[in-house]
Design a protein around this ligand. Structure first.
Ligand code: NDP
Length: 340
């Protein structure tokens, strides 16, 4: 059984590739470029005992023609690739176009291949109820959708891409039908095994590097990357996952709580992690000249909550302890030389 993982070199995708290989699947991964030899070598070594060596091919969400060869003879596709930059781009279309049109191109190639049974799409809790326009009085479920106009460019790109995927499979004639299952992760943290930075690592990096002498009153619904990877693989084969969305979240954590956990573990190793909440007026002043703080200001003090019943009952995932998730993420960043 051949599985295609798109964007195989990313933070989450490397864990999916590794777990698939550990379970004995044959895995093909896509990357935008095969030129970076060191990166490719690292990917090939994710699971040293793998029965089948990882196959890597080039494909780009902005090049629809690149997907046909990538999906050839594949039974399952796990479509993870999507732009996830640390900062909002000048033009929203820089994110929305590859996310939406890229997803459509992947699905189109899957139908044409005739071998694909199911596609698992990595969406986000942002497509469900996360961000300034979301109702903080409720616990969101898989029934909920964010209105794209209430979201920033990234949230919009994820919501519109997921919608486009559901619409695409719904419209397929019977003879072309493929199954779709969607994974909607919260803020993904945990060990980094691709040796590079991603948006997910930003909070831990900033805390360990003491980028600011304070923490902001921010709350994150967190989940471990290993649980997210396992969820994709379960959603790939379980009958009950087809045609469904799955919120993948452990619990809500304040930035101050994260900082306290990291401070306890790393203080003796020379990391001076800030643990005090920033007073409101100072945060507001800082936001005037700091783009990242400005971006998070609408989320200050807000708690976005998600129901993880399907994750536990249907996908049978028992999430890692948040403390382990955070500490192992920090150690992996330090070991990879990604912390100053
Ligand atoms: P990464 O930035 O590590 O991964 C993003 C991946 O998308 C990379 O492999 C990147 O490829 C690929 N990609 C971006 N643009 C293109 C393109 N034009 N063509 C082909 N590939 C492209 O982030 P994550 O692993 O965290 O994110 C993976 C997925 O999970 C994304 O869909 C993201 O939206 C989603 N997600 C992430 C969450 C999180 O907290 N991390 C939460 C919820 C959802 P390359 O390596 O070549 O740059």
């Amino acid at each position: 059984k051949l599985v295609l993982v798109t964007g195989a070199g990313g933070f989450i995708a490397t864990h999916i590739v590794k777990q698939l290989q550990e379970e004995g699947y044959r895995v093909r991964g896509t990357v935008r470029s095969l030129e970076d030899e060191e990166r490719i070598k690292k990917l090939k070594e994710l699971c040293p005992d793998a029965k089948h060596e990882l196959e890597l091919v080039e494909a780009d969400l902005t090049k629809p023609e690149s997907w046909e060869p990538a999906v050839k003879d594949v039974k399952y596709v796990i479509h993870v690739a999507s732009p996830f930059p640390t900062q909002t781009p000048k033009e929203e279309s820089e994110l929305i176009q590859p996310a939406v049109e890229g997803t459509q191109a992947v699905l189109k190639a899957c139908v044409a291949a005739k071998s694909v049974k199911r596609v698992v799409l990595t969406s986000s809790c942002a497509a469900v109820g996360w961000g300034p326009g979301a109702d903080t009085t409720k616990t969101f479920t898989e029934e909920d959708w964010m209105e794209p106009e209430k979201l920033n460019a990234y949230g919009k790109s994820k919501t519109l891409a997921e919608k486009a995927a559901w619409d695409y499979v719904k419209e397929l004639p019977d003879e072309d039908k493929i199954e779709l299952a969607v994974i909607n992760p919260a803020y993904v943290m945990g060990p980094v095994i691709n040796g590079s930075m991603s948006t997910s690592s930003e909070v831990v990096k900033r805390l360990l590097e003491r980028e600011k002498p304070f923490v902001a009153k921010l709350n994150f619904p967190v989940v471990d990357v290993r649980d997210v990877a396992a969820a994709h693989i379960k959603a790939m084969t379980l009958d009950d996952a087809a045609g469904k969305r799955h919120l993948i979240v452990n619990s809500n954590v304040w930035m101050k709580e994260m900082a306290t956990i990291l401070s306890k573990e790393f203080k003796t190793q020379g990391y001076n992690v800030p643990t005090a909440n920033c007073p409101g007026p100072i945060l507001w002043l800082t936001s005037l000249f700091d783009r990242t703080i400005k971006m998070v200001m609408p989320d200050i003090g807000k708690v976005y909550k998600f129901d993880n019943t399907r994750m536990k009952d249907v996908l049978q995932i028992t999430p890692h302890e948040i403390k382990d998730t955070l500490i192992e993420m920090a150690y992996s960043l330090i070991e990879a030389g990604l912390i100053k």
